[in-house]
Design a protein around this ligand. Sequence first.
Ligand code: HEC
Ligand code: HEC
Length: 407
Amino acid sequence: MAMFASMTALRRSAISSALAALAALCCACGDDDGPGGSTGEGGGGDGGGGAGAYAWGLPAGFPVPKVPEDNPMSSVKVELGRRLFYDVRLSGNGTYSCGSCHRQELAFTDHLANAEGSTGQLHSRSSMSLANVAYLTTLTWANPLIEALEEQALLPMFGETPVELGLAGMEDELLERLQGEPLYQDLFPEAFPGDDEPIRLANITKAIAAFERSLLSYRAPYDRYRYGGDPSGMSDAALRGMDLFFSEKLECFHCHGGFNLSDSVEHDGTTFTEVMFHNTGLYNIDGNGAYPEGNGGVYEVSHKEADMGRFRAPTLRNIAVTAPYMHDGSIETLEGVLDHYAAGGRTIEAGLPNAGVGSENKFKSELISGFDLTGEERADVIAFLQTLTDDEFLKDPRFADPWAEAP
Ligand code: HEC
Ligand code: HEC
């Protein structure tokens, strides 16, 4: 089972506080699950029952996402996952759901620099787009140890640093709440056939993960041009910007390349590889390469100096709607992001918080060396980035809040 596989990984490496909470929880579910626990975990439980092939509906050029053997896709499971994703009963105080911080119209982000939890606590990082998370090899901004969506969902549910959904210590109450919902009394057994006790934590996270895997974005103007040969959504400016984006001068594509405009999909199955996390010179506090405390990227997990400031290059799909940018939302606009790269790293003037010359960060990637752009070229790159917006994805009724339409 994924959780336990990753616990082995945990032993090999230093444990961040978030993961310590997760590890504690993994032990807890082993105890609580009772007899139902082992059947489902083994992979047999829902494997056979959900036999019918799930229709991904992907166009040519898009690979089918990898799905864990013990959590096959089915449309009923995806529908259950969608209900759970948007269900405020998944928060301690009944006010919040995953969808509170991951809003469809914003490509499942929230417009905040720092996500805000159900009790008002601020997260040190900004919430991430969920478009095409199915393809990612590691999850979150900079944690090489979180690989499965099933596992990741536990963090917002039970994490306490910060409190997000605020369910710590409330597993039993959560199950009672869900057991009381007639819709779930039907959907859980259908999604997990053959499971004696279908309404349980492991199945909640499995269903949510299945829904997340269905959140596929592939209908942007750039996709229609690149994979369908239809140039109608690409202006001349966007086409020029595309050439710049994929040029050795700007280097963007090295880290934001491939069909998902992110490099972490090309390294399937590997963790801790050098290329997956990068320091872009966003900070250089006191000239010693430091990032703000507690937000040092992979360093927070590995405590290795060279990992300071290394973050995952996120997908640039739908980037025009996911401001503010970077792991801490510290850049407000795409123009600002381009300025950061053009300078080869951001400078924060002396006297301001976190002052330092990012371009001199000793841990910075070699690919971030700076470049000059004319005003027109700058506008062209932005025009290209705007062609990555997939309006159909942002409005697709299959991804919308089902409780809103039929409470
Ligand atoms: C308080 C706001 C908040 C809530 C509620 C929330 N998230 Fe998130 N989500 C975030 C933030 C912030 C991150 C980045 C976390 C980090 O880097 O440590 C994130 C990251 C993620 C990622 C990783 C995406 C990637 O590209 O790696 C996934 C998947 C995810 N959330 C799913 C969920 C699910 C499922 C739920 C509900 C069970 C949920 N989130 C609830 C704020 C939230
Ligand atoms: C060395 C790898 C690398 C290169 C080259 C690179 N990026 Fe990035 N990009 C990253 C990483 C890593 C982040 C997240 C950094 C952080 O939050 O500290 C990021 C973040 C971004 C973001 C914000 C994403 C979000 O969801 O907030 C945008 C936009 C972006 N890059 C665009 C570009 C463009 C345009 C170029 C070319 C000029 C480029 N990048 C070159 C690695 C890279």
